[in-house]
Design a protein around this ligand. Structure first.
Ligand code: AMP
Length: 334
């Protein structure tokens, strides 16, 4: 087991008190507030195995992240904390899911503040391996295939991304032996594919989704928001505004939803929109005009040098509107 430099110390010893001068009474000593112990940090498979072995009294939840943690991640962790006896957070920038022209090398790395968020949220164990620990035999020849759902939307823009993502998710589920895994609705296609993998390949884990956490002005929180300049950030607001406009037209049906969302985006020429779709949440196919029920309004685009995604589950129909709910799916054997 190792801890990182800069990690909060598990306990703080009070400095020795100066002796009181003769003839005076000693100054009252302020009570020292107990400092919560930070999570155990595991860097290697052996360290993880040893630390995981201690988490025996109750179920274990995992929250998988790429670091640069924000309130969205914290909400996943806190939700897991409320529901499970133990929480494991993984921090791993997975090279397999980044394309050659993507932002792996500049992706923000903020380990010390990540640890502080984990400590405050009561995380038991942080697994923060390097790529050689995860891919100990080099580039994996065998990978999980996302199948056709991995080739549309984000998969079309980022070839191979979802195979790389599912491969590491499978490995981290095996390594952490979690009973439950928490993912954000923010990455809706990722969530869908993880659910499919867990169901199709009989992983003994329950997948829980957590609604997207947003800034007060509606921007979906993302580690990549750190790349945005002030004016980029203004521009980026058009994504969530478009989703809200679409949701407001939910009662009128699919083409009204698409039209309302598009009318917001066309007013913001600095956002280079890759796609805006209203799709079925489990097939990711465009819903037809007669469709009523749950659908996913999803958008992706580039603002400045940053690619952003956002989505809103919507109920299409007479009493329609946005649907942001927690959901659990039991897989076989879980
Ligand atoms: P990442 O570190 O970006 O790979 O994200 C790790 C997990 O946090 C994934 O399950 C994401 O969907 C989730 N997540 C990221 N941003 C948000 C957000 N704004 N709200 C809720 N979950 C999020």
């Amino acid at each position: 087991m190792s801890t990182q430099p800069g990690m909060p110390a598990a306990s703080v010893a009070a400095p020795p008190a100066d002796p009181a001068p003769p003839g005076t009474s000693p100054a009252p000593v302020a009570p020292v507030a107990p400092v919560a112990a930070g999570p155990v940090v595991a860097r290697t498979r052996d360290e993880l195995r040893m630390a995981r072995r201690q988490l025996t009294d109750g179920d274990v939840a995992v929250v998988m992240t790429m670091g640069a943690l924000h309130e969205g991640h914290a909400t996943l962790i806190e939700t897991a904390r409320q529901r499970a006896a133990h929480v494991v957070v993984t921090i791993f920038l997975n090279p397999l899911q980044f394309g050659p022209r993507e932002d792996l090398s500049r992706y923000p790395r903020t380990f010390d503040s990540d640890m502080e968020i984990c400590r405050r949220a009561g995380v038991d164990l942080v697994f923060a391996p390097t790529p050689d620990v995860i891919y100990q035999d080099g580039d994996p020849g065998v990978r999980v295939s996302a199948g056709p759902l991995g080739n549309v939307l984000e998969g079309q823009a980022r070839p191979g991304h979802f195979d790389g993502m599912l491969t590491v998710v499978a490995k981290l589920l095996h390594l952490t032996r979690a009973d439950t895994a928490y993912y954000g609705q923010k990455d809706a296609q990722q969530l869908l594919l993880i659910r499919r993998m867990v169901g199709d390949l009989d992983f003994p884990v329950r997948v829980v989704s957590v609604p997207t956490v947003r800034e007060a002005d509606g921007l979906a929180m993302s580690s990549r928001n750190m790349y945005l300049t002030d004016s980029d950030r203004e521009t980026a607001l058009c994504l969530s505004r478009a989703l809200r406009a679409g949701a407001a037209a939910a009662a009128e049906g699919p083409s009204a939803i698409r039209r309302a969302a598009r009318s917001v985006l066309v007013r913001e020429p600095l956002a280079l929109i890759d796609y805006l779709v209203l799709v079925h949440p489990s097939t990711l196919e465009d819903v037809p005009e007669w469709y009523r029920g749950e659908a996913l309004l999803a958008v992706a685009g580039r603002v400045g040098t940053t690619r952003l995604i956002d989505n809103l589950p919507i109920s299409v129909g007479p009493s329609g509107g946005p649907l942001e709910v927690f959901s659990d799916v039991d897989s076989a054997g879980a």
